[in-house]
Design a protein around this ligand. Structure first.
Ligand SMILES: *Cc1c(COP(=O)(O)O)cnc(C)c1O
Length: 406
């Protein structure tokens, strides 16, 4: 493409970006797929009955819609429908996995192992368990963010009841070797929990193949609605492994009381199905865009560093360290390009991201790191505009190189 045509294309992208901004924070949340919204509308308006009201037809229709969605979520991770417990999201699923398995005290064991780069919704409930006499040991990661399997093998013992490792990082996109982790943990008789909030639709998920005992999912990370998620519990007899953390009406095998979020569940079901059926096409397109984007940034500002694993990384993730450029200041100046510092959850907090320090970054580098998340609705025009803005702002100390188009 000629430079003139290229600059025209950038100009054409500008008004679109000005209107709504360019959203590059798909790790924090994704928009609902329009097909999901369409599917949810009649559930909100007409089929709104309580699925527990099985005395009448309207309640039974709602219950049937929930069971269809349960089948869809189960199929997406190659589980059985009775192994799916609906929750309010991955935060609750992670809490249920950690606190529920500790309270079940299934084996009288008292140690929990968790990856050093786990999400706060895994680490904080585990830290809370210390008050009840449990011990937390963090599993160190390699510089690319992958679990140090040798360290795991040394840490795991006959006292370990749970090993919790995410499938993919919400900050650096690193994909973990779950199969190997499960083998090591199971050899010591420990349960394995996997936080797969960032994984559905981004990598193949097969709970049977992996052999994990518990696995967390989130609706709004895979183009479904917010406030809905699931915990996969191997074997479909969740009370054998877990004590509830929410008590009441006995829904979801008595494990998670509360009127089911039927619209959310129906939307999540379809979102999970689409995520899996369109996974390969989606990730191939997004990976192409991401790789193009990183090349533009690196060619224009060669001192930029890409974080995480180059080979074991989800397609939409780009965690970049701009030495000498403070991430918060850069993001503030970007205005209509929406991206995040290392982690959305630690944004605004004075502490640098625990994920970035776990992979060996200095505090300063961690403060100079931005997280870019591409997704299903990211267009080449949006990325072109974003790359231009980032290069102009972050590279202002050197002359920015003109950007070639994808
Ligand atoms: C978003 C996220 C969560 C929390 O999920 P919610 O559904 O928003 O509660 C947990 N773990 C990871 C890895 C995430 O990306």
């Amino acid at each position: 493409m000629s430079p003139l045509a290229a600059s025209r294309r950038v100009e054409a992208a500008v008004p679109q970006a000005r209107r709504r901004g360019v959203y590059l924070d798909y790790h924090a949340s994704t928009p609902c797929d329009p097909r999901v919204v369409e599917k949810m509308l009649p559930v909100l308006l007409d089929d709104f009955a309580n699925p527990a009201s099985d005395i009448h037809g309207a309640g039974r229709r709602a219950a049937a819609a929930v069971e269809t969605a349960r089948e869809q979520v189960a199929a997406a991770i190659r589980a059985e429908p009775e192994e799916i417990v609906f929750t309010s999201g991955a935060t609750e699923s992670n809490n249920l996995a950690v606190l529920g398995s500790a309270r079940a005290r299934s084996f009288g064991r008292t140690t929990v192992l968790a990856g050093a780069t786990e999400h706060k919704s895994v680490l904080v409930p585990i830290r809370r368990l210390k008050r009840d006499g449990f011990e937390l040991k963090l599993i160190p990661v390699e510089p690319d963010g992958r679990i140090d399997l040798g360290a795991l093998a040394e840490l795991v013992s006959e006292d370990t009841f749970l090993v919790s490792v995410q499938a993919a990082s919400n900050e650096i996109g690193t994909i973990q070797p779950i199969l190997e982790i499960v083998q090591i943990a199971h050899a010591a008789g420990a349960l394995v929990h996997c936080d797969a909030a960032q994984a559905l639709g981004r990598m193949a998920l097969d709970v049977g193949d992996w052999g994990v005992d518990l696995l967390s999912l989130s609706g709004h990370k895979c183009y479904g609605p917010k406030g809905i998620g699931a915990l996969y519990v191997r074997g479909g007899a969740p009370r054998a492994l877990l004590e509830p953390i929410v008590y009441g009406g006995g829904q979801e095998h008595g494990l998670r009381a509360g009127t089911l979020n039927v619209p959310g569940i129906v939307g999540f079901g379809l979102a999970a199905e689409i995520a899996e059926t369109e996974r390969e096409a989606d990730t191939a397109r997004i990976r192409g865009l991401r790789d193009w984007f990183e090349r533009q940034i690196l060619e224009a500002i060669p001192r930029v560093r890409v974080n995480g694993s180059r080979t074991h990384r989800v397609a939409g993730n780009s965690s970049l360290t701009f030495p000498d450029v403070e991430a918060e200041a850069l993001i503030a100046r970007l205005r209509d390009v929406h991206l995040s510092t290392g982690s959305a959850c630690t944004s605004g907090a004075p502490e640098p991201s625990h994920v970035l320090t776990a992979i060996g970054q200095s505090r300063e580098d961690a403060y100079n790191t931005v997280r870019i998340g591409l997704g299903r609705f990211t267009t080449p025009e949006e990325l072109t505009y974003a790359a231009m803005r980032i290069v102009t702002l972050a590279g202002s100390s050197c002359a920015p190189t003109p950007i070639a188009l994808p």
